[in-house]
Write a protein that binds this ligand. Sequence first.
Ligand code: DGP
Length: 114
Amino acid sequence: MEDCIFCRIIKGEIPSTKVFEDEISYAFRDINPQAPVHILIVPKEHVGSVAELTQEHEAKVGRIFTNIAKIAKEEGLESGFRVISNTGADAGQTVPHLHFHILGGKSMGEGLVP
Ligand code: DGP
């Protein structure tokens, strides 16, 4: 996907602050942080959103969640963190490349939806 922002970040065409990388995923700091720690983790393969996932993605999504646990530990988020994947227009997804927000470093309260 040549004009996908996150594909361009993965390729290094757009600069980012890398937090973690392996063969299948790339994690970097969000440009507009909503919490003291706000990291995005994305698959290197272009997938539009959670809604486009199929069985063939299961191993990669599983690995991404293991990577989220590693990143949270490295970032010192022992007291908790939130993982969010906005999917589609009603959820406010602005970048159509599957991504998981990792948010932490403060208490985010109990409500899921503002
Ligand atoms: P969402 O609304 O769930 O699609 O979130 C997209 C996030 O991507 C949003 O929090 C801002 C972030 N973002 C968009 N463009 C860039 C960029 O060029 N660099 C970085 N680091 N983050 C970006």
